[in-house]
Ligand binder design. Structure first.
Ligand code: GUN
Length: 302
């Protein structure tokens, strides 16, 4: 079997066009556009590349984009003051602080300082709580899990009653996607297991997965023989394993590898996401949708 490729890059175009149409309509009717602030601390190459892509996408949609770059010597107090400034700014509907933060800054404190109504990452404990309750309580789904669920839904993968196995228990991906897939909802109703570094037999669990979501950050962790034939495999891993020269630009770019051995796995799976070009582009798209939704909540039109 050769798996169908779930290309976030292609699905993204469809969703971005829907978002752009709504932005234009709201601008015309209400004279406002979604405002997104991206706060980047330091110069970690992966973070710089993610934030650059977020800014580019926001601009292409006609959002107001405020880009704040600060050196990694910034104090926690200064960063909290910045967050507070944008919490109070009426033209801003989304405040995003790119993670990870330097060690001297308490990440939890910064996330909790973001106004939950502008927390377009969905990381604030209030939004995490809303996510657990589900249904109409939910305001902002975290972007990567939202992108994963959207891809699964659009591909027509059956989730109801399916065995879904999530590899990894991070607050950003593993925990929220597990909760989302177990909800009584469309694109959910799955039987979910979460496995992690202390799991006794990872292969055993992966082998029974109809939907296998891997977000461990370990290149090639999931072996092809762990994949159930016909399964839907979502690889969230974006591991920088070296460099290559881009054919397009001639520049040196990071060589990315997922958590799944893609070449072998695509012969067994029913659906699979490539790395890059799979989940990654969906994450940014969902962030844009959250920022638009934030404005819509404020205008009372959602
Ligand atoms: N670092 C890695 N992924 C993310 C994300 O989705 N949001 C933020 N703020 N930081 C990240």
């Amino acid at each position: 079997m050769t798996a169908k490729l779930l290309k976030g890059k292609e699905i993204r175009e469809e969703i971005l066009a829907e978002i752009k149409a709504e932005v234009d309509e709201i601008k015309e009717e209400h004279g406002v556009v979604p405002g997104l602030v991206t706060i980047l601390i330091g110069e970690d190459p992966a973070s710089v590349s993610y934030v650059t892509a977020k800014i580019k996408t926001a601009n292409s949609l006609g959002f107001k984009e405020v880009q704040v770059n600060k050196p990694d010597t910034i104090s926690e107090e200064e960063l909290l003051a910045l967050v507070d400034k944008y919490n109070k700014d009426d033209t801003v509907h989304g405040v995003l602080v790119q993670l990870p933060l330097p060690e001297h800054i308490d990440e939890k404190k910064v996330i909790t300082a973001i106004d939950p109504d502008k927390d377009v990452d969905g990381f604030h404990p209030i939004n995490m709580g809303r996510l657990v309750i589900g249904g109409s309580e939910v305001k902002f789904l975290p972007s990567t899990p939202a992108g994963i669920q959207e891809m699964i839904k659009r591909a027509g993968v059956k989730t109801e009653g399916a065995e879904a196995v999530v590899v990894g228990r991070s607050n950003i991906v593993g925990k929220p996607i597990a909760i989302m897939l177990m909800q009584k909802a469309d694109g959910a109703n799955a039987t979910v297991s979460v496995i992690h570094t202390r799991t006794r037999d990872m292969a055993f669990h992966c082998k029974r997965a109809d939907i296998l979501i891997v977000a461990a950050g370990v290149p090639g962790l999931v072996k092809p023989e762990w994949i159930k034939p016909g399964a839907c495999v979502i690889d969230v891993g974006v591991n920088r394993v070296g460099y290559k020269i881009s054919k397009k630009t001639g520049k040196k770019v990071a060589l990315l590898k997922g958590d799944v051995d893609f070449e072998a796995a695509q012969e067994i799976a029913g659906w699979i996401t490539p790395v890059p070009g799979g989940v990654g582009p969906m994450t940014i798209t969902m962030l844009m949708r959250n920022t638009l939704n934030s404005l819509k909540y404020k205008l009372g039109i959602s």
